[in-house]
Design a protein around this ligand. Structure first.
Ligand SMILES: Cc1cc2nc3c(=O)[nH]c(=O)nc-3n(C[C@H](O)[C@H](O)[C@H](O)COP(=O)(O)O)c2cc1C
Length: 160
């Protein structure tokens, strides 16, 4: 089975480390998206499953990832979405899931975990100071284990 993961991880490589766990488990190609223009001819026909991941920046996955997805032919393609964020909730994945669906992709899963951050890097809001504490040390061993379980289950469901 051929698989590809395209991810954005511009802050602390939190999402990058989760991508690495996926890649080790399913032996897939990893592309770190820096500039959309870096990536020209990804032929989606070469892959059985494609994962899209990003850190969350100001309530959204990276706009670069959305622009990338816009360019791809994803009709009938199995895909999954993942993110790391201060809160570690899957709802941040929803807008990308929606775009992928509108491109005809088949959503096979959505994964999220916490990723550490320093609140003063982007906000003076006290809520973020609290979230910063809760996110310390993430992604951690438990997050990586959950990531492994997620990807193994997903691939099993494709092979069935
Ligand atoms: C500029 C900026 C904005 C962020 N905004 C949010 C946010 O809106 N919600 C949240 O839960 N976490 C937020 N975070 C925390 C990041 O989502 C978290 O650190 C994530 O793991 C970063 O991923 P990366 O290291 O792969 O880039 C923000 C971090 C930065 C640097």
């Amino acid at each position: 089975m051929k698989s590809l993961i395209i991810y954005c991880s511009d802050y602390k490589n939190n999402t990058g480390r989760v991508s690495q766990v996926f890649a080790e488990k399913i032996d897939c190609e990893l592309i770190k998206l820096k500039n959309v223009s870096d990536i020209h001819n990804i032929d989606t026909a070469n892959y059985d499953i494609i994962g899209f991941g990003s850190g969350v920046y100001k309530e959204s996955l990276s706009p670069k990832l959305f622009r990338m997805v816009e360019k791809l032919n994803l009709i009938g393609k199995n895909v999954f979405v993942f993110s790391t964020s201060g809160v570690g909730m899957k709802f941040y994945n929803n807008s990308l899931v929606k775009l992928l669906k509108s491109k005809g992709a088949i959503i096979k899963g959505s994964f999220a975990c916490k990723g550490s951050f320093t609140s003063k890097d982007f906000s003076n809001n006290k809520i973020f100071a609290l979230m910063e504490k809760l996110s310390q040390g993430h992604p951690n061993g438990k997050d990586f284990k959950e990531a492994e379980e997620f990807i193994v289950k997903l691939v099993d469901s494709l092979n069935r």
